[in-house]
Design a protein around this ligand. Structure first.
Ligand code: FAD
Ligand code: DLZ
Ligand code: SF4
Length: 512
């Protein structure tokens, strides 16, 4: 039966069983389409990386003998959306069957479902053979439960996949989670290795996007494009991480530093999310490296890394499929403010935000704590509507795909889901930022002041946030001494001026 198989831009898994045999009746289609370039303003590096990786993948398939139809953005036959192109191909080439791999995104899943209802030929969907869990596994694990704790999920995954366990199925080292040991600021005791940056020439793709008037954000060095764009490069990135960065990954996971945008992070998220590399092989190789060099890689480093991929990454996907589409509407605090326009330029006097935003625009990357405790922290304190925050995160990072972006942003960072993902809102004053970074050293604002012309905005906005959300948060045991402290500040008269300062900053957020 003459069959058309769709491969999406984030389904570049060469080890998928589809590709094990060459079948002259099967045609693969990959397409660059405006429906995907335009659903949000993406960072130019994100679009270029996806297109370049797609083109490499198509060539790889062709080299091993598969038949590939590749529709470029400027192809005159391009209908610029998945369903329109598929309908046209089926008609033009008389395909008798249509097959696709389960998309990771709810929107695309719906589009393909609806398309199949209207086609007169049979359709079949296949698993992507990428994740540890099925779409609905998390929902089954937490059936009938009100809380979805990462820790519970993570332990189940360790047991199910027999990872980092002793012969009695107990966690190696005696503890499941070594997070408490993974919170050091960067103290310069070890040198930060330079990041492994590839050097691609992508000028033709940049010109294509310009000619087609695709609206993008951020900048690109089109002569030295550094993202990993093939499986070979993704494996090299993993190898580099294991040899050079894993030994300090956990220790400095939460650290931030102006000189080192990547510190000891792997930068594997883009390659993982477009499936150039699988989470199974990343974890297997990391564990093998630790087993070979236990004196170089201590147990908390490997446990911390495995937790990110086996725990957080799969957990976020599970929550996504359990809670969408309602999840995308949640706004627990009823926040309505716009995102300050300097999120798109980095032009603010706040050194921490300036550094993270400028680097995000330059690199299409920020590491986890920068996303959570700098840009996310401020947006939540400033009462920004989660739609605005989501749109920013979905656009700016090369690794941003809705299933992992929205759960991290709307859930973990903005607490707009009222505590499905996080057990408390991740907000802080300058004290935390100063402890974990060197940002405050050269800031216009004073990290120690709560009120006054130069008072750090985080210091008053933090108390304003807790004050205005008292009813929703007061009973949350994880928040600890916040409300007793707030009460004391109220009693001694300190609070009124702090709230006034915060009001001033909220009204003038644009000019911070
Ligand atoms: P490392 O620090 O080296 O971690 C290794 C791997 O663990 C990552 O590559 C990633 O696959 C996985 N991982 C770590 N933390 C998480 C997490 N919280 N959720 C899911 N996977 C995780 N990650 C994305 O892949 N896409 C996003 O769009 C995205 N948006 C985020 C938005 C916010 C507000 C926050 C707080 C986090 C977001 N994350 C997102 C998670 C995390 O920040 C990135 O995965 C990480 O920074 C990628 O860099 P890395 O590959 O060097 O990760
Ligand atoms: C993110 C993205 C972009 C910008 N462009 C394309 C594209 O032109 N063609 C394509 O197949 N995929 C693209 N993607 C990734 C898709 O948005 C992604 O496959 C869906 O989010 C998966 O559900
Ligand atoms: Fe950020 Fe405040 Fe520190 Fe400035 S003083 S870098 S605004 S935390």
């Amino acid at each position: 039966m003459k069959t058309l198989r769709l491969i999406l831009g984030d389904q570049l898994n060469i080890n998928h069983s589809w590709f094990a045999t060459i079948d002259p009746n099967v045609w693969y289609v990959m397409m660059e389409v405006r429906s995907e370039t335009d659903y949000v303003a993406h960072h130019i590096q994100k679009v270029v990386a996806i297109f370049a990786a797609m083109r490499n993948f198509a060539h790889q398939l062709q080299r091993i003998g598969h038949q590939v139809i590749y529709i470029t953005l400027d192809d005159k036959n391009n209908r610029q959306s998945f369903p329109e192109n598929i309908r046209w191909l089926i008609q033009a080439h008389h395909f008798q069957k249509f097959e696709y791999q389960l998309p990771d995104e709810f929107r695309v899943d719906k589009i393909l479902h609806e398309l199949c209802l209207t086609l007169s030929i049979p359709c079949q969907e296949f698993d992507t053979e990428h994740f540890f869990t099925t779409r609905h596994e998390l929902g089954l694990i937490f059936r009938d439960q009100k809380q979805y704790l990462l820790e519970t999920f993570y332990r189940k995954m360790r047991l199910k996949h027999n990872l980092l366990l002793d012969a009695k199925q107990k966690p190696l080292g005696g503890k499941w989670n070594y997070d408490a040991e993974n919170r050091k600021p960067y103290d310069e005791k070890v040198k930060v290795p330079p990041p492994l940056l590839f050097q691609h020439r992508v000028q033709p793709l940049v010109e294509l996007l310009q000619k087609q008037n695709v609206k993008t954000i951020g900048s690109i060095d089109s002569e030295n494009f550094s993202w990993s764009l093939s499986r070979k490069e993704a494996l090299a990135l993993l190898e580099y991480f294991l040899k050079n960065l894993l030994p300090y990954f956990g220790t400095y996971q939460d650290a931030m530093h102006t000189d080192y945008p990547y510190l000891f992070h792997s930068r594997l998220s883009f390659a993982l999310n477009v499936k150039l590399i699988s989470p199974h092989e990343v974890i297997e190789q990391a564990i093998a490296e630790w087993q070979q060099y236990p004196e170089k890689i201590s147990f908390p480093q490997i446990e911390g890394f495995v937790r990110q991929i086996l725990g957080w990454r799969e957990y976020m996907r599970g929550i996504y499929w359990l809670k969408m589409p309602e999840y995308a509407q949640l706004n627990y605090f009823h926040h309505q403010n716009p995102l300050p326009s300097w999120y798109w330029s980095g032009e603010t006097r706040m050194a921490c935000l300036r550094d993270v935003i400028t680097n995000s625009l330059r690199n299409a990357f920020a590491h986890h704590i920068q996303r959570l405790m700098i840009t996310g922290n401020f947006a939540l304190l400033a009462g920004v509507h989660p739609n605005e925050t989501d749109r920013w995160y979905l656009g700016i990072y090369a690794d941003a795909f809705e299933w992992v972006e929205i759960t991290n942003t709307r859930g973990m960072s903005q607490y707009a889901d009222g505590g499905i993902v996080g057990t408390k809102p991740y907000v802080s004053t300058a004290q935390y930022i100063n402890k974990m970074s060197n940002y405050c050293h050269k800031c216009f604002y004073d990290k120690n002041q709560k009120v006054g012309h130069r008072a750090c905005p985080f210091n008053s906005l933090y108390w304003h946030f807790y004050f205005r959300n008292r009813q929703k948060l007061e009973r949350n045991l994880r928040i600890g001494i916040v409300y007793p402290t707030l009460q004391r500040m109220e009693a001694n008269g300190e609070l009124a001026s702090i709230l006034q300062q915060a009001e001033h900053y909220l009204q003038n957020a644009e000019s911070l």
